[in-house]
Ligand binder design. Structure first.
Ligand code: SF4
Length: 379
């Protein structure tokens, strides 16, 4: 058993999985203000995934398997109070998927060890238990009942979270924005670099910011000179706008970051195509992706649908992304050539194509188009 720190009654373990990728800046500020030390699990490794997978049935989605592995990692570090929130319903008649709702029960049933699950409930539908009640319940595990103190801590949490979101919206990389926010700093990044291709990744934070699960998809795309957008760069209003565009009511709690982001980026002229990434066996995502793919046809925007599980091979995953980027590049180039030709017909002048071809190179991804037919959905 590794004990790299002193475990005290005022310590809470937070698994680096599931909602961590969205909520952690808030928790960081909140627990610090309450004087509670946070211990995070280590980044996901093959071992995290293997150990988590061993304890659950194989049909369980990849993020939940990873989550179980992270709880084990915290126990291995000697942490005996672990936050496993019971996130039932985030707004009236808006629910999380059954796997997220049942997470505390799952953890309790598959991990037969002596530890405390800090299991506060957020349920805006059946119990009208909002976020403040949720935070008060968490604080009670540490004997803190002072309402003013909890409210003050909540404000501190929102401050860190809002700074994080502001930096993400400016286009800053996830890790960088997270590190700045956690150290109490705010920088707004001005992005001046032009990219020949822009892609919006439509997925949950836990599928794309966990580098093991996503196979570093952001780095891979940026290595191909692609500008990448995601839901974390959008405001709630923009995602709601995207939902309306898809004519979709809100039922799933994470519908905003999937359908809302997709709807917004479909009509965003900066974006050339969408890549959806979902975990194998995820019911809510398969419904949402079906609708996104159909709607994309109206916008003539290509969509690549990728599914991940613990058996996903990195080589095949990357090959499909490369083929998709290559197709977007060729499509855009053809469009620019077409515009050039028409402009030449009118005025005898060319516009911009040469610069685009030069920026991208014409032979940069040999053979990628050969695998293009394998599973790329072109809407
Ligand atoms: S939304 Fe999908 S991927 Fe996320 S926990 Fe539920 S089933 Fe798993």
């Amino acid at each position: 058993m590794k004990k790299a720190f002193k475990v005290s009654d005022k310590t809470i373990g937070i698994p680096r999985a599931m909602s961590f990728y969205h909520d952690y800046p808030f928790y960081h500020g909140f627990f610090a203000a309450l004087g509670i030390k946070v211990v995070l699990s280590d980044s996901t490794t093959k071992q995290t995934l293997n150990e988590g997978s061993k304890l659950v049935v194989s049909e369980t989605c990849l993020p939940v398997k990873i989550y179980i592995g992270h709880v084990l990692n915290l126990l291995d570090k000697g942490v005996d109070k672990i936050l496993v929130p019971s996130m039932q319903s985030v707004a009236h008649k808006v629910y999380n998927c059954s796997k997220i709702r049942g997470l505390p029960d799952l953890v309790r049933n598959v991990i037969k060890k002596d530890f405390t699950i800090v299991e506060a409930v957020l349920d805006k539908s059946e119990k009208n238990n909002g976020f403040y009640e949720f935070l008060s319940e968490v604080a009670r595990y540490y004997g803190i009942r002072d309402k003013a103190k909890i409210k003050k801590a909540s404000k501190a949490g929102w401050r860190v979270y809002n700074n994080f979101k502001m930096m993400m919206k400016s286009g800053m990389h996830y890790e960088k924005a997270m590190n700045y926010a956690l150290s109490g700093k705010v920088f707004i990044e001005e992005r001046t670099k032009e990219h020949p291709i822009s892609i919006a990744i439509v997925s949950h934070g836990y599928n794309i910011y966990d580098e093991r699960a996503s196979m570093k998809v952001f780095d891979k795309l940026e290595g191909m000179d692609v500008r990448v957008f995601s839901a974390l760069q959008l405001s709630d209003e923009q995602m709601n706008d995207g939902l309306r565009m898809l004519s979709q009511g809100l039922y799933w709690a994470n519908e905003c970051e999937m359908s809302g982001a997709a709807g917004f980026y479909l009509k965003d002229t900066r974006v050339d195509g969408l890549v959806t990434i979902s975990a194998f066996g995820c019911g809510p995502d398969s419904l949402m992706i079906e609708r996104i793919t159909r709607k994309a046809k109206q916008f003539s925007k290509p969509v690549l649908n990728l599914t991940i599980d613990e058996h996903t091979g990195e080589a095949g995953f990357i090959t499909r992304i490369e083929a998709f980027v290559d197709m977007l590049y060729r499509q855009k180039r053809a469009r620019l050539v077409d515009i050039d030709l028409r402009a030449n017909e009118i005025s005898g002048l060319g516009v911009g194509t040469e610069n685009f071809i030069e920026a991208r190179g014409d032979d940069w991804r040999e053979g990628a188009q050969n695998s293009f037919s394998d599973g790329v959905d072109i809407a």
